[in-house]
Design a protein around this ligand. Structure first.
Ligand SMILES: *[C@@H]1O[C@H](CO)[C@@H](O)[C@H](O)[C@H]1NC(C)=O
Ligand SMILES: *[C@@H]1O[C@H](CO)[C@@H](O)[C@H](O)[C@H]1NC(C)=O
Length: 229
């Protein structure tokens, strides 16, 4: 399955957040070209002249993960997340996505959540857990993302090591992110990557933000990255 959005870390464009009935909705220009699934039985178009009505319809429906309002068509659509099927969204609508609660550990970074999981699991089981959330182990592709994780997760909790999404299991020395892309432009390997351990095909990040090779079968905490929709 292709990723729905590019995972640009910085989101410098228009972002807005509204809260209704304990539910927080989020929108940004980055959502304009995203794809969604109309899987709610009543996800069909409801005429309304007011976007707050659309928000209320979504807030009151436990299955609603997002709503879209078109001020041009004066219509509302509500959505339920479905990770298997994707339909292209119509242009003149603006999408608002229901945010997962930061109380439950979800950290919004650009159009993804980071979720540190404080359960000791091997890399495969950690990956499975992240996939259940609709994501994967985190792909750290920038210094900004590495700094965010170091300061807001590793140092903040003083948890020593987390699995991250990097593996050279397929070809020794060729490190791949979970989406299959090659780790290249950015790295934070301890020892400048010179301390190559052929027997260790996974990677962990430590308190100092440095990455180390790790045995995939060892258990560690891990960090998931989950697209918001
Ligand atoms: C997602 O879509 C597929 C294909 O239409 C369907 O079989 C599945 O039940 C849907 N899942 C949910 C949670 O609605
Ligand atoms: C840590 O999180 C806060 C709040 O989200 C953010 O403002 C800050 O930039 C983050 N730190 C780094 C190094 O990204």
């Amino acid at each position: 399955m292709s990723r729905l959005v590019s995972t640009t870390f910085t989101l410098a464009i228009c972002v807005a957040v509204v809260t209704a009935d304990d539910k927080t909705f989020y929108t940004s220009n980055a959502l304009a070209n995203m794809r969604y699934d109309v899987t709610l039985p009543n996800g069909v178009i409801t005429p309304t002249t007011d976007s707050t009505v659309c928000q209320a319809i979504c807030s009151q429906n436990d299955n609603c993960d997002a709503y879209a309002y078109s001020s041009f068509h004066k219509t509302c659509q509500i959505y339920q997340r479905n990770m298997t099927v994707h339909t292209v969204f119509q242009n003149s609508y603006k999408l608002w996505v229901l945010l997962k609660s930061s109380d439950k550990g979800y950290m919004l970074v650009g159009t993804d959540y980071l979720l540190p999981v404080y359960e000791m699991k091997n890399a495969a089981d950690g990956t499975k857990r992240c996939k259940n959330e609709g994501g994967d182990l985190v792909a750290i592709k920038s210094q900004d993302m590495n700094d965010y994780i170091t300061q807001n997760i590793s140092l903040a909790t003083m948890a020593s090591y987390f699995f991250i999404g990097l593996s050279d299991e397929v070809e020794e020395g060729k490190w791949l992110y979970p989406d299959g892309s090659v780790q290249g432009d950015f790295d934070s390997w301890a020892w400048n990557g010179m301390w190559e351990r052929r027997d260790k095909n996974c990677a962990i990040i430590g308190l100092n933000g440095m990455w180390k090779h790790e045995n995939c079968g060892n258990v560690n905490y891990f960090i998931c990255q989950i697209p918001i929709f």
